[in-house]
Design a protein. Sequence first.
Length: 299
Amino acid sequence: MAPTSTPQTPFGRVLTAMVTPFTADGALDLDGAQRLAAHLVDAGNDGIVVNGTTGESPTTSDAEKAQLVRAVVAAVGDRAHVVAGASTNNTAHSLELARAAEQAGAHGLLAVTPYYSKPPQEGLYRHFAAIADATGLPVMLYDIPGRSGVPINTETIVRLAEHPRIVANKDAKGDLGRASWAIAASGLAWYSGDDMLNLPLLSVGAVGFVSVVGHVVSPELRAMLDAYTSGDVAKATEIHQKLLPVFTGMFRNQGVITTKAALARQGLPAGPLRLPLVELTDEEVAQLRRDLAAGGVQL
């Protein structure tokens, strides 16, 4: 049974886009994934995203993706929303991933803008609508033009919001002005997909975060959100400013790389990376330690 949701917060409020733990030989570590998911929920997350970019989805097989969803749902599905990445730049393949995620027990789908192909807005609309039509699960759009090459225009977001199963958007566009208009015009539940903008996006109508730094500072993110929603903006700002070195340090390199380095040094499941991602150098690890320590996180 999925946790209770509301139209305003269909996937919870604090979600971490979880890495996919691997064993030392590079195989899927399902036990590690379950332990990491439980750790994140215990730390304050009410949602977990699996099979996203931070989960190294370009390098996991369809079978591994389904196994991961099933394992994480079994571990935390009664306490947190489990949202599965189910979108590629191939719409037909995306529909297969969406149906497999539903069969594996996911509570919702994350659908990223088709990358590399640079489709026009009508292509984006048909792609997302097809995913939403493919299952009975609620869908969170994922707008990240820095990776996909194409933004989802506000007009397209408004059109997509008319679909009964498209209920949310993960915003990594980095444009508070566009976000303001899109939130007002679409009525979608808005989630920050850019940790540095978590607090600013709340101020224009976001309801929560889909975070990478949540791997190491989930309690602080929850405290910041709770302070803001209770009206203590000064406290929320204080937490945001304390976390600035963490936001900076975790993205000096690719987020999966730094996250797995941090988790491994905290004794949490992570494991190696799959190529083309590679481990941090000793110098980069030392810098990460300094950055996180400045934000109150010890490795």
